[in-house]
Design a protein around this ligand. Structure first.
Ligand code: CA
Ligand code: CA
Length: 199
């Protein structure tokens, strides 16, 4: 973890540290620099990671964390078309891709996750167990937006929505809805120097 909040970890399993940054904090501007420290740098954004099913979608969002607690960071990708009115639409892609995963966004296995019409995602620790959970800002229909929690889990990878942490939100065009958690990855990773070493 760098001071600026970037995650530094080996994501693709090649033995070289990679670096994840998301200045948007909603997954929309997440970028990964593979080989960031070794010098063989390949930078990819969310649309490249999503692949062709994400083409032409309004919102393509990604989050990186070890959601199933096996030591490898996983890639969650969701791509959703334009808002179409009262009824929520289903994303064209909504997948947990288990790490290690490649610069093309291909993981060891893929698990579909039904979040609904998703307009923002973030990593957070809702239940304070020091393991990452996923926060999803979704359109629930009839003008209602809400932020839901999906808890990380070794058994199921991500639990279904229990509703326990759901917070209703006003419709917002803000890039970062005010009810999204901001803890990010700093809850789970020690801060490290820019070269990837832990300080
Ligand atoms: Ca790597
Ligand atoms: Ca994992």
């Amino acid at each position: 973890m760098t001071a600026s909040g970037d995650l530094v970890a080996d994501l693709d399993g090649d033995g070289h540290a990679d670096q994840v940054s998301d200045p948007s904090r909603t997954g929309a501007r997440l970028t990964i620099a593979f080989g960031a420290v070794s010098g063989h740098r390949t930078q990819v954004g969310v649309r490249k990671l999503a692949g062709s099913p994400g083409d032409a979608q309004e919102d393509v969002l990604a989050a990186v964390a070890d959601f199933n607690r096996d030591g490898w960071s996983d890639l969650f990708i969701v791509a959703t078309g334009a808002w179409r009115g009262d009824d929520p639409i289903n994303p064209s892609v909504s997948e947990m891709r288990l790490g290690p995963f490649s610069a093309a966004g291909r993981g060891q296995s893929v698990r579909h996750l039904d979040l609904g019409e998703t307009r923002g995602i973030a990593v957070a620790d809702y239940n304070h167990d020091h393991y990452p959970d996923l926060a999803a800002f979704v359109y629930a229909g009839d003008g209602v937006y809400e932020t839901q929690a999906r808890l990380g889990s070794k058994a199921t990878r991500l639990a279904s929505d229990s509703g326990k942490y759901t917070v209703e939100a006003d419709r917002t065009d803000d890039d970062t809805p005010s009810n999204m958690p901001h803890s990010g990855l700093s809850s789970f990773h020690p801060q490290c120097a820019a070269n990837g070493s832990v300080v």
